[in-house]
Design a protein around this ligand. Structure first.
Ligand SMILES: [Zn+2]
Length: 207
């Protein structure tokens, strides 16, 4: 990220009550001020302060960056409880994901919670979880699914079915724009937004 842009963010944060040295360096104090002021970070900071250089989704690209399938998994403790999409009586407070995506995923969900609040999350079914780590081939094709590395996550599969396009998938609706901005600021790829299919699916790998 450019120094000038960080300086600008630091000035904005100072206007908002922070007391940062305006030096253009994204050190710990600046980063935590950004986290505490999501209205500023939404607009300015996340895009370039976050890790958005995910690998491409070729099997080699994924093996090089993430290692073997099913390995290097850590537990993500969720900022708001999820429900199993296929059994909504089951509450999910954490799930396994790859250690390299953990922090990014957590930031996305934290922003989701601060933006939509519990009520909005329920209403938009952003808490209906369709799985993350799952070692298996891709549904269409021979390659290994990105789920096998714990770097893809599915949400609300019932209303965003694999073959549905934007005419049917609820995630294509404008009320989800903020949701997508949080993922995209972190460099995640939505299959719906990029390929207009499998709208449930979001991954930390590029096409
Ligand atoms: Zn998926």
């Amino acid at each position: 990220m450019k120094k000038d842009k960080i300086k600008l963010i630091q000035m904005l944060l100072n206007k908002n009550g922070s007391n940062l040295v305006v030096d253009g360096i994204a050190g710990p104090a600046t980063l935590s001020a950004i986290e505490a002021n999501p209205q500023i970070s939404d607009n300015w900071a996340d895009e370039e302060l976050s890790n958005s250089d995910w690998p491409d989704q070729s099997t080699n690209g994924l093996l090089n960056y993430y290692g073997q399938v099913g390995e290097n998994q850590v537990r993500l403790h969720l900022p708001y409880p999820h429900k199993l999409a296929w059994d909504t009586g089951t509450i999910v407070n954490s799930y396994l994901c790859h250690e390299k995506v953990h922090d990014s995923l957590k930031r996305v969900l934290a922003q989701t919670f601060s933006h939509y609040k519990q009520e909005g999350i329920e209403e938009l079914r952003l808490n209906l979880w369709g799985g993350c780590l799952n070692v298996r081939p891709m549904r269409a094709g021979k390659r290994t699914s990105t789920h096998s590395w714990g770097i893809a996550v599915d949400y609300d599969p019932e209303n965003n079915k694999f073959r549905w396009g934007s005419d049917k998938a609820t995630f294509a609706k404008p009320e989800y724009d903020a949701w997508w901005s949080f993922w995209e600021a972190e460099g995640w790829t939505s299959l719906g937004r990029s390929k207009n299919k499998d709208w449930m699916h979001i991954q930390a790998a590029n096409f």
